[in-house]
Design a protein around this ligand. Sequence first.
Ligand code: ADP
Length: 182
Amino acid sequence: MKKYLLFLGAPGAGKGTQAELLSKTNSYLHLSTGELLRKEIEMNTILGRQVKDIINKGELVSDELVLKIVRQNLDKDNKGWILDGYPRNLSQADSLNKVLMEISQPLEVVFYLDIPEEVLVKRLILRGRKDDTEETIRTRVNIYKKTTEPLIQYFKDLSLLKYIDANRDLKTISSDIMQKMA
Ligand code: ADP
């Protein structure tokens, strides 16, 4: 059974939902950079105040800041982990690789949750989080296409990528993932 996993996909593809489910079932750490950043905002920490406007505009927080958060959280004792929302660009993928080498926990599989753009925009509008306004969604989807999508090929080249059709119901998707991580 794979222990070190990563979820890749557009905003609204269902990474968070699937990662949460899978981490609970296997007692793995669920590391969502978006969640962790939102917690910082909620707690009104220095970091939270630094990132609030950026997140509400739908732009990316600096590589340095997210790396710090990832490092802190991967350090915790764990049976395995699921990264969700990180890396989001090639430079973050590079940094992640270095961190994982340091802690001797190499990435074992990347699940790419694939979904048509019109479906994800509908999902996000329905979700209605603070950064789910139409304008912000447009920004996030554009950044995703330009900056994050190249990671699909990057992980494919490393033979880590597994394709998941994310335009199906929750349970079908999770059993598909479970099967592919065995
Ligand atoms: P979604 O998958 O719907 O975009 P997330 O919870 O993953 O939602 O991310 C919400 C926001 O947090 C992003 O729009 C971005 O501003 C910030 N964020 C999350 N992860 C990263 C990251 N790896 N690098 C930079 N910014 C990030």
